[in-house]
Design a protein around this ligand. Structure first.
Ligand SMILES: *[C@@H]1O[C@H](CO)[C@@H](O)[C@H](O)[C@H]1NC(C)=O
Ligand SMILES: *[C@@H]1O[C@H](CO)[C@@H](O)[C@H](O)[C@H]1NC(C)=O
Ligand SMILES: *[C@@H]1O[C@H](CO)[C@@H](O)[C@H](O)[C@H]1NC(C)=O
Ligand SMILES: *[C@@H]1O[C@H](CO)[C@@H](O)[C@H](O)[C@H]1NC(C)=O
Ligand SMILES: *[C@@H]1O[C@H](CO)[C@@H](O)[C@H](O)[C@H]1NC(C)=O
Ligand SMILES: *[C@@H]1O[C@H](CO)[C@@H](O)[C@H](O)[C@H]1NC(C)=O
Length: 412
């Protein structure tokens, strides 16, 4: 094939992609927020109600509909992209400009900024836009607050997908959330692709993406830096795939914390976590790499069918950790002193790189339940001393070891 023909084909491929999402189809109706009273560049002007009006018009249009947030800077409090909609085909929200959350945390009593709720079939697409949660002042206020006060209100997350299905969120750049950057809860068929999420390493509770009670979630081709978990799988996360992402700063990829209790320390009814695949991930300078975490409570639960594969660690403090000995903070009543969460069918495969400590693989299993994992082809060296900290050439199965370090031998 000639170079010209190749370039021509490449251009066709790009425009086909743009035709689907980036450039409106001829029969699409455009709902530009400026036509619903939105105003650019005014810090004190809350565009939330105007964004909501544009969405509602699109949502009830019975047509192919696209809400456009054009180039410019818009300030808002909570935005509700709320269904159900009667749109023909997916309702598209097209972010081209910069949207900034009100800097004052008290403007978000529901702890949500961009809320996608009760929607079936939606595309949230960015082409050069930005979501800025302006979290700096709430990080100071929030630091440690929710560790000791179970009644505290978590600060607002940037994007909250709740009770929705068939949602594609693509190419969104989202920074400085007050709380989590993204959360997916009570939803199914949610794809998060090509996201760029960031918050500083010292911002508390700013998980990149947190999933709870959701199934068929795919996260791919994204870069995430955060002050807390990069991606975390809370209760009820099932059939989730994480593929080709990078995590820098924060505390890595985590199942849990499971075994939660209510305000009085009584066991909660928790949904199990199962069928999680995390592959082709690079973690750099994070506190942990891959973890399963459970509290020392009598809340029963299970985490099973968890696969971590093709993972690169760069200077990660604790690359692999199963910790079932997480203690409740003082103010919660102590329900028991060992976790009742069962961990099984967990696989760590093809994991290489460096650890920023002497701990390659750390297992702190519960004495009250069962905990089993399989380790294959693991090679981790200390970035400090250059010595091996974990090395498994074949496959090693471990079940119910209480405290152990795995393959902590010199294998060069
Ligand atoms: C989990 O999500 C489903 C779907 O939205 C919902 O029907 C169900 O009530 C949720 N379960 C819990 C325990 O929240
Ligand atoms: C969920 O994932 C498991 C394990 O990967 C797979 O066997 C199962 O078919 C999936 N469920 C559905 C409904 O696709
Ligand atoms: C991992 O992802 C990179 C791109 O980020 C890709 O080039 C490579 O083929 C992937 N490897 C596997 C094993 O999927
Ligand atoms: C906690 O552990 C202590 C011993 O370490 C034991 O005597 C006590 O019964 C345990 N409590 C519960 C609720 O399991
Ligand atoms: C072991 O993992 C490394 C990457 O960490 C990979 O390059 C190599 O092919 C794996 N070996 C086997 C036998 O799968
Ligand atoms: C795991 O157990 C060891 C040994 O008791 C302990 O030193 C460590 O603090 C525990 N937790 C973690 C996260 O390693």
């Amino acid at each position: 094939m000639s170079v010209a023909a190749f370039l021509c084909l490449a251009a066709l491929a790009i425009s086909a992609e743009a035709g689907i999402h980036g450039v409106p189809a001829p029969d699409e109706k455009i709902f530009n927020v400026l036509d619903y009273g939105a105003k650019m560049d005014i810090v004190k002007f809350d565009n939330g109600p105007n964004f909501n009006k544009a969405w509602q018009a699109a949502c009830h249009s019975n047509a192919k509909a696209r809400v456009v947030i054009p180039k410019g800077v818009f300030y808002t409090t909570q935005v509700n992209f709320q269904g159900p909609c009667t749109t023909k085909g997916p309702i598209i929200v097209h972010l081209q400009g910069t949207v900034k959350a009100d800097a004052d945390s008290s403007s978000f009593p529901n702890a949500q900024w961009i809320a996608i709720e009760f929607v079936d079939n939606m595309i949230f697409l960015g082409t050069g836009g930005l979501l800025d949660g302006q979290g700096a002042s709430s990080w100071l206020a929030a630091a440690g607050q929710c560790d000791t006060n179970p009644d505290c209100t978590m600060p607002a997350m940037n994007v909250y997908v709740h009770q929705s299905s068939n949602v594609l969120i693509k190419n969104i750049h989202s920074i400085n959330p007050k709380g989590y950057n993204f959360q997916v809860e009570d939803s199914s068929n949610v794809k998060l692709l090509r996201l760029r999420l960031s918050s500083p390493k010292d911002s508390p509770n700013t998980d990149g993406i947190h999933i709870t009670n959701s199934t068929f979630v795919r996260i791919a081709r994204s870069s995430i830096s955060s002050g807390s978990d990069c991606v975390s799988f809370g209760e009820g996360s099932t059939n989730v795939t994480v593929d080709r992402i990078t995590c820098s700063s924060g505390s890595g990829i985590s199942v849990g914390v499971l075994g939660m209790v209510d305000y009085y320390g009584n066991p909660k009814k928790e949904l199990e976590v199962k069928n999680i695949i995390v592959k082709n991930v690079t973690l750099s300078d994070t506190e942990y790499g891959l973890t399963l975490k459970t509290l020392m409570t009598s809340t029963p639960n299970q985490a099973r069918g968890i696969h971590f594969k093709d993972i690169v660690m760069n200077n990660v403090k604790k690359p692999i950790l199963i910790d079932q000995e997480i203690k409740l903070v003082e103010t919660f009543a102590q329900a028991t002193n060992a976790s009742h969460v069962v961990i099984s069918d967990v696989h760590f495969t093809n994991i290489a790189g460096t650890a920023a400590s002497e701990a390659g693989v750390t297992l702190n299993c519960s004495q009250k339940s069962h905990c089993a994992a399989e380790f294959s082809n693991i090679s981790l060296k200390s970035s400090v001393t250059g010595k091996w900290v974990a090395c498994v050439a074949g496959t090693k199965n471990l079940a119910d070891v209480f405290h152990a370090a795995v393959g902590n031998e010199n294998c060069s």
